[in-house]
Ligand binder design. Structure first.
Ligand code: UT7
Length: 349
């Protein structure tokens, strides 16, 4: 109901770009035009990590489902990963990249404290129009960025958006802390969204519903112990793993159901579940609670580890490129991370 109202409110808005005006007479949808991703070349296995901390391949596989992760080269930074993923998404969309008028980049590992890494991507793509900014919601970042871009497209502030999740978490890991350093990896994923007219029903292609949540009372359960204002250092990731685990399945399941409820869609109509890839046990727990089959769940955590804001678009790209996700399929994305933050996006591919 809520999203239907928003669609109706904004369907007459005009979109201005390069002096051309587009008038939408029907509800506007943000449709995915293209997708791309990038993983650094270097692969680090569990056995490699067992050489530097007191751990084992068996423990990591059993507790997290992770077998390996990709780690950025010394001279690779978050914007490098983001630009590669963005170029692949633009090529996949078959559009002129300079026509993109909105870039929302989700990251907690920006190149610099400021400016936004998104502006570096914007310049590298030769875009001089529109706006580019970062979103910081840790592992929920891509879901938050997608929802932000969708809202801007539907209210006529943007026509073509590039939404990116890009991280180099290897730079904020304490490589002496076995409870965290074995869990994360580096990577980037991106989608290009375009404004298209729909009918305002769940049969439309594009984003159908989204929900974002946060609860700051859990701030210190997953955080980085440094920052420009507090310590003037970058700091290292700290996590109360079991505490995060405890909230994960509950929060993920509830936000997924709340999102479906916004458009009165039963979960039986969902074809694919593309969750944030933190821990295979969390994915299994959420899928079971939501009564989704294992075959409906896209899993990359075994090969990518937890790539924070990059994990959802990386998994989505894999499932699109290998032919699982096809046009018109209903796809449910979700994520949860530091803050706590959590959210879901429902879309028809
Ligand atoms: O993306 C943001 C969201 N993040 C998450 O969702 C992560 C959520 N948490 C988790 O995935 C899990 O809690 C972990 C994978 C982080 C940990 O699994 P766990 O089953 O909760 O293990 P634990 O932290 O309770 O540790 C169990 C034991 C401890 O030893 P004692 O105290 O029982 O003797 C740890 O010291 O395992 C020990 N341990 C390890 N042993 C070998 C912790 N890390 C390791 C390690 N290798 N890497």
């Amino acid at each position: 109901m809520q999203s239907r109202l928003m669609l109706n409110t904004f369907n007459k808005l005009k979109n201005k770009k390069n002096n051309s005006m587009t008038t939408y007479n029907k509800p506007v949808r943000s449709v995915v035009l293209g997708i791309g991703s990038y993983l650094p070349e270097k692969i680090v296995t569990n056995d490699d990590l067992a050489k530097i901390v007191d751990t084992s391949d068996e423990w990591i596989r059993e507790r997290s489902g992770i077998h390996q992760r990709h780690i950025a080269a010394d001279d690779e930074i978050t914007s490098d990963l983001a630009i590669k993923a963005a170029k692949r998404a633009i090529k996949d969309a078959g559009i002129d990249g300079t026509k993109i008028d909105l870039i929302v980049l989700a990251t907690s590992t920006p190149d610099n404290t400021f400016p936004a890494t998104a502006t570096k991507v914007q310049a590298a793509l030769g875009i001089t129009d529109g706006v580019a900014f970062d979103v910081q919601a840790v592992c929920s970042g891509f879901v938050f960025a997608l929802n932000t871009a969708d809202a801007m497209i539907r209210c006529g502030q943007a026509n073509k958006a590039l939404v990116i999740g890009a991280e180099t978490f290897s730079r904020i890991l304490d490589w002496k802390d076995r409870s965290t350093c074995v869990l994360f990896g580096d990577g980037a994923g991106a989608v290009v969204l375009g404004a298209q007219e729909g009918e305002g029903t769940n049969n439309d292609r594009g984003i159908l519903a989204a929900k974002m949540r946060s609860d700051g009372k859990h701030y210190d359960k997953l955080y980085v112990d440094g920052g420009p204002s507090s310590t003037q250092t970058v700091g290292y990731l700290r996590m109360q793993g079991p505490e995060v685990f405890k909230h994960a399945v509950k929060n993920i399941s509830s936000v997924v159901l709340e999102t479906l409820d916004l458009v009165h869609m039963p979960i039986s109509q969902v074809d694919w579940f593309v969750p944030h890839q933190a821990n295979k046990r969390i994915l299994d727990g959420a899928a079971k609670k939501l009564k989704l089959t294992r075959d409906q769940v896209v899993v990359t955590v075994d090969r990518h580890g937890n790539t924070s804001a990059a994990s959802v678009p990386l998994a989505l790209d894999e499932a699109v490129k290998d032919g699982r996700i096809k046009p018109n399929d209903v796809v449910l994305l979700e994520a949860m991370g530091g803050g706590f933050t959590w959210g879901a996006v429902l879309l028809r591919w």
